[in-house]
Design a protein around this ligand. Structure first.
Ligand code: ATP
Ligand code: MG
Length: 746
């Protein structure tokens, strides 16, 4: 009990203190949002260093984003002085890359291996499918790519996939998986999922490697444990060095002890915030922690320090609708606070305007600054209207995610050059830049090189060098390819003595890329040039932060940037309003939160509405969104929303209906719909299409939107002759006889 009064335990409640000082057995901290889980991890690290004589290099802490990792290190340094440098506090992917760079040769990869993101791996899969002569309509490469990713998240290799295949489709997929993997190895590249899976493989087949890391890390910690997938789960078990190991299905595959005492494991999470099932995350990992680690200790935290009771009550009410969950009792002593504000906008422009005006009003009335405000939406596309409105009203903002900087064509082109210079076998990058800028190497020439390389069983890069030998190749093409190869050789030579930023500049000049854009006069190209300059300064910043940094390290940092890493940092000034998707908002907190697009079909997402499991995941996402708010929460929707050019009429989100009505203060008629909104409008504004009087029996198909005089707006679930089943959102599902129901198709 003595140790429970240490200064590092100040500002923690008794359960949190217990978690910080807990010794020995594996520790699970399960608790609702804002209960101080992340804070406990930070204090635990500080306590280990300061009080238990743990050395920084013995600590591995996994966070969900690079930004969260940086913050955690900074806080530890604040608590106990600058000792965090040798500590590994990072994401799963960053930790694995660092391990793999050291050990790549053992798996047959160069230590400068390329990292393929989703777009790269889809391109590679497309090459594989072409090579296999698969009809892209029947065997879409994107879908293959996604399924291979699922396999890897479950640690299923291509041999196992082939063994399990029972249909022609499954066998084809397993074959594509195998070829894809071969192509990756040839290219000296790993995709995102490989980073985890290959690290697991490495630890499992090389006992000396496993032992090295087990000796090193005596403390392993994981934040957001509810969002780990099976591969990540296994990785943790391998690193901790637990004696037995199970497959995704729970079968025991290994028993016995490795000889080294397992590391101390501490994981924190909240099953109600699991929102990455689509990436293979499974709350099984948290629910069955006690089974996986039989001597585990579990600590529950129940006090929320983030939000007012009003916000918490709303969050609790919503999440309690999920069936498969353990009830929790989260409370706050911050008082009720202001009511939640509800608003039904006429359309999405009106909704954005409402947000802008409210932020202004909060600034005047309560001294709120833009940096304290976040606007959340379900999908990235929703950000555009907010941007337009905020630009017009002069509200400073930043969009996090969306079409990311690193996904722009010109930025990817430049990065592809750098990647080829770091790893000449990187076939996806090489083929990307083959004719960029245009240098007379057409698709036909590329295909001929590909066929030649395949026949000679050499990598594409070598096929290029020997293009002259390829039968039937036009002399013009051969010459163009020769020049390209010479250019690359020259750049490769320069790469040895240049820093990443100098090299980036050199690439832009000597390839003619910059000149081409500069000469075009197209304003689009001007902004492309700006992006390229921005990319060069990203490289310069990297060099400042890492004076010894190599090209490979620079490329790695760029590959591992996640959406959430772009969240603006508090500059102590006014800051900017942060716009982001709900998924990106995990772990964050803001004094003021706007949850927008609260419409059935938008959020919950249309895709999830017929699927109870997916609907539960959407509800967890709503829970995440609500619990980001500290003091003020807004929920808004639009009566009419134009999506893909045509208006859609969405009923209120069921999640709003699940918030107890006494917690919400409506600033507009909460039942406003497309028609009441339209009647208030100027005649010049377009009325919703499709309602021209004269009632007929509608012909419907699943997915059609309809309106019913009594139940309001709904979505057709299924049709059966003269009847249709319609989902009216919070109004429930109804089966209607088309000839009689006062129903119209929109
Ligand atoms: P989430 O589930 O959203 O990730 P969390 O459980 O990780 O939330 P934290 O982010 O660690 O919660 O804490 C939420 C807020 O409450 C933070 O601002 C944190 O500093 C504060 N907090 C946590 N514990 C205490 C405490 N004992 N006293 C005062 N403030 C606290
Ligand atoms: Mg947290």
């Amino acid at each position: 009990a003595d140790s429970l009064t240490h200064p590092l335990l100040d500002g923690l409640n008794p359960q949190q203190r217990e978690a910080v000082v807990h010794h020995g057995s594996p520790l699970l901290i399960v608790a609702g949002a804002g209960s101080g889980k992340t804070r406990v991890l930070t204090h635990r690290i500080a306590y280990l260093l300061a009080e238990r004589d743990v050395r920084p290099q013995e600590i591995l802490a996994i966070t969900f984003t690079n930004k969260a990792a940086k913050e955690m290190k900074e806080r530890v340094d604040k608590l106990i002085g600058p000792r965090s440098a040798a500590m590994w506090v990072m994401t799963f992917h960053s930790a694995c890359v660092r391990i793999l760079r050291r050990e790549a040769a053992r798996l047959g990869f160069p230590s400068g291996f390329s990292i393929y993101d989703q777009a790269d791996s889809q391109r590679l899969m497309a090459m594989v499918c072409r090579e296999m002569d698969l009809d892209p309509k029947r065997y879409p490469p994107r879908s293959f790519s996604a399924q291979v990713s699922n396999f890897k998240n479950e640690l299923v290799d291509y041999e196992t996939a082939a063994d399990r295949a029972s249909t022609h489709m499954e066998r084809t997929l397993a074959e594509a998986y195998k070829n894809y993997q071969r192509r990756l190895t040839e290219a000296g590249a790993m995709d995102f999922d490989d980073l985890i899976m290959l690290t697991v493989t490495l630890l499992q087949i090389f006992p000396d490697v496993a032992e090295h890391y087990r000796r090193r890390w005596r403390h392993v910690m994981v934040d957001e444990y509810q969002d780990t997938n099976h591969a990540q789960y296994t990785l943790i078990r391998e690193l901790v060095g637990t004696p037995e190991l199970r497959t995704a299905d729970g079968d025991l595959v290994r028993e016995g002890s490795s000889g080294i005492a397992p590391a101390e494991l501490c994981v924190v999470g909240d099953a109600d915030q699991s929102i990455y099932a689509f990436r293979g995350a499974t709350i099984r990992n948290i629910l069955e922690f006690e089974r996986d680690y039989p001597d585990a200790r579990t600590i529950l935290l129940e006090q929320n320090y983030r939000s007012t009771q009003t916000i918490l009550s709303a969050a609790n009410a919503v999440i309690s609708r999920n069936e498969s969950r353990k009830p929790k009792n989260l409370w706050s002593d911050q008082g009720a606070g202001p009511k939640i504000v509800g608003y039904v906008a006429d359309d999405e422009h009106d909704e954005a305007m409402f947000v802008a005006q409210e932020v202004d009003k909060l600034a005047d009335d309560e001294g709120v600054v833009p940096g304290q405000v976040a606007v959340f939406y379900r999908t990235n596309a929703a950000s555009r209207v907010f941007e337009e409105t905020f630009i017009r009203t002069g509200l400073p903002y930043k969009v996090v995610g969306g079409v990311r900087f690193y996904e722009r064509k010109e930025v990817r082109d430049l990065l592809a050059y750098l990647r080829v210079l770091a790893n000449p076998n990187d076939v996806v990058s090489l083929r990307r830049i083959l004719n960029v800028p245009k240098r007379g190497i057409g698709d036909r020439a590329e295909a001929m090189v590909e066929a030649f390389a395949a026949r000679e069983r050499v990598p594409f890069a070598e096929g290029l060098r020997r293009a002259g030998e390829a039968p039937g190749m036009a002399t013009r093409s051969v010459n163009a390819i020769k020049e390209f190869v010479a250019l690359l050789d020259e750049l490769t030579l320069k790469a040895e003595s240049m820093s990443p930023s100098e090299l980036a500049q050199e690439v832009l000049v000597s390839t003619g890329y910059r000149a081409e854009l500069a000469g075009s006069g197209d304003p689009q190209d001007e902004s492309r040039l700006e992006n390229l300059d921005e990319m060069v300064s990203v490289a310069s910043e990297f060099e400042e932060a890492n004076p010894e940094g190599t090209l490979v390290e620079f490329l790695e940092q760029v590959s591992l940037v996640a959406d959430a890493d772009q969240i603006p940092v508090g500059d102590g000034g006014q800051g900017v309003v942060t716009l982001m998707t709900l998924h990106t908002a995990k772990g964050l907190e803001f004094p003021v939160v706007f949850l927008t697009g609260m419409e059935d079909g938008v959020f919950p997402h249309m895709r999830s509405m017929g699927e109870p499991k997916e609907l539960e995941e959407e509800r967890r996402l709503a829970y995440v969104g609500i619990t980001r708010a500290e003091r003020r929460l807004y929920v808004s929707r639009a009566a009419v929303r134009s999506s893909w050019g045509s208006p859609s009429f969405n009923p209120a989100s069921r999640f709003v209906a699940e918030i107890p009505s006494d917690l919400v203060d409506w600033r507009s008629d909460p039942k406003k719909n497309a028609w009441t909104a339209a009647t208030r409008r100027e005649p010049s504004r377009t009325a919703p299409a499709g309602r021209k009087g004269g009632r007929q029996i509608p012909s419907l198909k699943p997915g059609d939107r309809v309106t019913h005089d009594q139940y309001g707006l709904g979505t057709v679930v299924s049709c059966d002759g003269d009847k249709a089943k319609v989902d009216f959102g919070s109004g429930g599902e109804k089966t209607l006889v088309l000839a009689y129901a006062p129903l119209e198709k929109l």
